[in-house]
Ligand binder design. Structure first.
Ligand code: FES
Ligand SMILES: [Fe+2]
Length: 388
């Protein structure tokens, strides 16, 4: 049984909490590259802290602390210029490394700027997402997950929304493989209400859940990438084609989790197209879709009355802002959740002992392509659509 104390230690994301310490060892997507353009910077929030992201006129990305080193004015209202960002209050300017370039109200011979700096954090743009690292130096490497580097035979949609609940609920949902047969009975009629046989395999990156449903030819593999991301193939009834998906689950706060999706829809012309927007069947077209807690689009009337893409959020938000695991009844079929929790405990212990948690890569030689056992189509130049 999970005690209330354990639940607290696992779920909280702030600095100087056990969970927050562990989560600060990873790179996280914080926004879309398409939203970091022009004169206006972008305010973001990660692990309970605010930051300001900008791209200077030379194309360099920067992420700095949210308030100016001078008199703490909010940098989110600053102006992005050729070589940095200028504070709106008295015009001090800082570059992407946080170095102060100008203090224009001081006398021309003042050297104050040489003694002033803002905290700046490592950032990089990959697959249309801006990844940031806010933990202790040195930063580890960003792993080469297949969908981050694959650029052929597909249209790549990069988009996001939020779950109004703690990150660990969303992480455990990816290890909870039996929910597909019930919660998603509508969008996956071939496996609806059947008892699946699931194999769980621990991997360096996390956990593979392979599901065999009686009467179905292909098994389905979904991977949980520690600490909380999800990689899976999908062919939901409303989508019209097979897809490869990755969801980066990003703890914005103790009670809010951002989902950054990469969805690859196969093409047969060999081309690669990047779109920073939701896939075609969705109504909201921008890269970011706002969600309201406890408001779910209707649909799927034969089952739960909520549309396929809101079904997970409906359950996860309903478990509570921070789900209290001390009152649950874990069953034998929750083996994936139990395995995930063992990994979580091991990683928390590693960090407490000064070691890295699961999935951290520091040696460039070991940072090879990370592939997953998803089956709906393979990501080769000779793209095969194995199931539509
Ligand atoms: S507070 Fe930013 S320049 Fe003064
Ligand atoms: Fe789900």
């Amino acid at each position: 049984m999970i005690t209330t104390e354990e639940n607290e230690a696992w779920t909280r994301v702030g600095r100087d909490t056990p969970g927050g310490e562990m989560l600060r060892r990873y790179w996280w997507p914080v926004t879309f590259g398409s939203l970091v353009q022009g004169k206006r910077p972008k305010k973001v929030r990660l692990l309970g802290e605010d930051f300001v992201v900008f791209r200077d006129g030379r194309g360099r990305l920067g992420m700095i602390e949210p308030n100016c080193a001078h008199r703490r004015a909010p940098m989110e209202y600053g102006r992005v210029e050729e070589d940095g960002i200028r504070c709106c209050y008295h015009g001090w300017k800082f570059d992407t490394a946080g170095k102060c370039l100008e203090t224009p109200c001081e006398e021309p011979d003042s050297n104050l700027k040489d003694r002033v700096a803002m905290k700046a954090y490592p950032v990089q743009e990959v697959a249309g997402l801006v990844f940031a690292y806010i933990g202790d130096s040195p930063a580890p490497l960003l792993p080469k997950y297949d969908l981050l580097v694959h650029e052929a035979n597909a249209t790549r949609y990069v988009y996001g929304n939020a779950n109004n609940c703690n990150w660990l609920q969303t992480a455990e949902n990816a290890a909870d493989a039996t929910h597909i047969n019930w919660l998603h009975a509508g969008p996956y009629p071939m496996s609806a209400a059947k008892r699946p046989k699931i194999e769980f395999d621990q991997r360096e990156y996390g956990l593979d859940c392979t599901t065999l449903v009686p009467g179905m030819e292909n098994d389905k593999c979904s991977s949980l990438i520690f600490p909380c991301h999800n990689r899976f193939a999908s062919a939901r009834t409303e989508q019209g084609s097979a897809r490869q998906n990755m969801i980066f689950r990003v703890p914005e706060d103790d009670d809010k989790t951002l989902n950054f999706f990469i969805t690859l829809v196969p093409r047969t012309d060999g081309k690669f197209v990047h779109k920073s927007e939701t896939p075609p069947e969705r109504k909201d077209k921008g890269p970011w879709v706002e969600n309201t807690r406890f408001v779910y689009a209707p649909g799927d009337e034969d089952w739960w009355g909520v549309t396929s893409t809101d079904q997970d959020r409906m359950v996860l938000e309903g478990q509570g802002l921070i789900y209290d695991r001390s009152t649950e009844t874990l069953a034998a079929s929750d083996r994936g959740v139990a395995m995930y929790r063992r990994m979580l405990k091991e990683s928390l212990a590693s960090v407490a002992e000064g070691r890295d948690p699961r999935g951290i890569v520091r040696d460039p030689e070991k940072n090879g392509l990370v592939e997953f056992g998803t089956r709906l189509f393979t990501l080769t130049r000779e793209l095969q659509v194995e199931s539509a």
